[in-house]
Design a protein around this ligand. Structure first.
Ligand code: ZN
Ligand code: ZN
Length: 537
């Protein structure tokens, strides 16, 4: 079983899976791990026959506390206001800052096959009064809340402190107000200029009712209240929130002690590290979701997240490496195994589920998807670099039948990724230029035994007719062994003969991408004894 099926097997009855996010700015591809994990859990629950609802919430009543994306004149006015009330920094394309950034993030969900049953916005929820019972409970039990903070997080709030963020009726800021003296109907509010370092309150003081959208709960309480309000049973969160005494511990304790409800099942997930650096939203570091998305299409991106257990950090370093082709290769290997074909190497536990949950369409015909013809990424990356190759025709010839519409569509997506990879990420050895005009100058360095190998390979190619990359690769090893030269020298000879340099991509695939007549002609020409050797022998 894979991790999602394991989790699904451990629960009973209808399930509500929830995630929520503060839309504070641009998001990076690592932020998609959570939504993919939630979607996969929901699919696994449904596959087990359980009723499952997937919710995605936007915590847009949180205060604006990062000024990086504000214009200088907006900083004093907007810092500390709810994100839902801050204007869209990109102009008038969305009703608010929150809608802009959450919108960009949510737009990527659909492309990844993530379809929450419901999106909720806290700025919509508070005015309906649905949060009022939780606000009342939190105020009535403020002493318990303070005690939880003290015990769980070692945070000591003064005795008059109330767990409430009032939206200042004068300046509209929520990050600058402090509430006290709950009398069952109203609280005393002070909007303090010096409460936080990142925003300046207006000084307003007075009493008001905290209900109907006039105030919000602090985040730990809001989170716990969401669990009660929506009946959440499963909510995985990032490892950063799962530290001892951290956000999840606080919210769990508040759920139990203040709202008297067991918190949802957690499945803390680790980060996606790109190029060894933690992908962090707040530090603005790492690859933006759309950048990685260009080179890892949706199914491979889902696969990247699904194949690793959530508690495992994913190290993904696409820069100048084969990390991208390796994701495709592993995807193809699990597809082949799912289709019942024999594959090399060990298979991960639950490999069929891993493949199934990587598919965009939750209702896809898995057997059909698994059986589709998929040319290897590395093979395509050579084919596109050989001038004059009709790649789709070539792929169909290798399949031995016309491509299905689904295969054609997948090939187009894969070719897009191949081109982006070659442009932006591929190591130098993956970029080739076939030396068409004649035996390249570099081939002068070929040693006599390497030339012998090339001539022998030309004869084999003539006889055994290798055509696929694997067959060529096998032929290279066989002929090298037969000729008594090591594989490294054999590959080196091929690179010199075709590329004029001592290294290159997998040679079998390189030869498979070229026309046979050109290959045999070049093997013979480069393998013929060098003039200089004839002169000295
Ligand atoms: Zn916008
Ligand atoms: Zn104010």
């Amino acid at each position: 079983m894979d991790w999602a099926d394991e989790l699904a097997a451990s629960v009973e009855g209808p399930q509500v899976v929830n995630d929520s996010k503060t839309p504070s700015g641009t998001v990076h591809v690592g932020s998609l791990r959570g939504p993919v994990i939630l979607d996969v859990i929901t699919r696994a629950l449904r596959a087990r026959g359980l009723e499952a609802t997937l919710l995605y919430g936007v915590d847009d009543m949180d205060p604006m506390d990062a000024q990086a994306l504000l214009s200088p004149d907006a900083i004093e006015r907007e810092m500390g206001r709810p994100l839902a009330h801050v204007p869209d920094p990109a102009g008038d394309c969305h009703p608010s800052y929150a809608r802009h950034f959450a919108g960009i993030f949510i737009d990527t969900f659909d492309g990844l096959g993530i379809r929450p049953d419901r999106y909720y916005w806290m700025s919509d929820i508070y005015p309906t009064g649905q949060m009022d019972p939780y606000i009342r409970t939190a105020l009535d039990r403020a002493a318990v809340v303070r005690d939880v903070y003290r015990r769980v997080a070692n945070v000591q709030h003064p005795d008059h402190w109330l767990p409430l963020g009032v939206v200042c009726p004068s300046c509209g800021k929520v990050g600058t107000t402090i509430a006290s003296d709950w009398d069952g109907e109203t609280v005393a509010v002070h909007c303090r200029p010096d409460l936080v370092a990142w925003a300046v309150g207006c000084g307003w003081q007075g009493r008001l009712s905290p209900f109907g959208g006039a105030a919000k709960l602090p985040w730990n309480l809001e989170w716990a209240a969401q669990w009660s309000l929506f009946g959440v049973t499963i909510e995985p969160n990032g490892k950063d929130l799962a530290t001892a005494g951290g956000s999840r511990d606080r919210s769990n304790a508040i759920a139990r002690e203040v709202f008297e409800r067991e918190p949802p099942l957690n499945l803390p997930y680790e980060f996606l590290n790109i190029g060894g650096k933690k992908m962090s939203t707040s530090k603005g570091r790492g690859a933006a979701a759309h950048t990685i998305g260009a080179v890892l299409p949706p199914e491979q991106l889902r696969f990247l997240f699904v194949r690793s257990r959530p508690e495992t950090a994913i190290e993904f370093d696409p820069e100048g490496t084969d990390a991208v082709p390796r994701v495709f290769d592993e995807f193809d290997r699990l597809a082949a195994a799912t289709a019942g074909r024999e594959v090399k190497g060990e298979l991960p536990s639950g490999h069929e589920s891993i493949f199934r949950y990587s598919l965009l369409d939750a209702d896809a015909d898995v057997a059909r998807a698994a059986g589709a013809f998929r040319p290897a990424f590395a093979h395509l990356s050579l084919l596109v670099q050989v001038p004059g190759v009709d790649v789709p025709a070539r792929v169909a010839a290798e399949k031995g039948a016309p491509l299905t519409p689904q295969e054609t569509a997948e090939l187009d997506i894969r070719l897009g990724a191949v081109h982006r990879w070659l442009e932006a990420y591929a190591p130098e050895r993956a970029r080739i230029e076939i030396q068409r005009e004649g035996v390249p100058v570099g081939a002068e360095q070929l040693r006599p035994e390497q030339r012998g190998f090339l001539r022998a390979l030309a004869e084999t190619a003539h006889g055994d007719v290798p055509s696929t990359g694997e067959q060529w690769q096998a032929a290279i090893f066989a002929v090298a062994a037969d000729q008594g030269i090591d594989a490294k020298a054999a590959f080196n000879a091929l690179y010199l003969a075709f590329l004029g340099r001592p290294n290159g991509p997998r040679a079998g695939w390189l030869l498979a991408s070229l026309e046979r007549s050109f290959v045999t002609g070049r093997l013979r020409a480069a393998g013929s004894p060098a003039t200089s050797e004839e002169a000295t022998s």
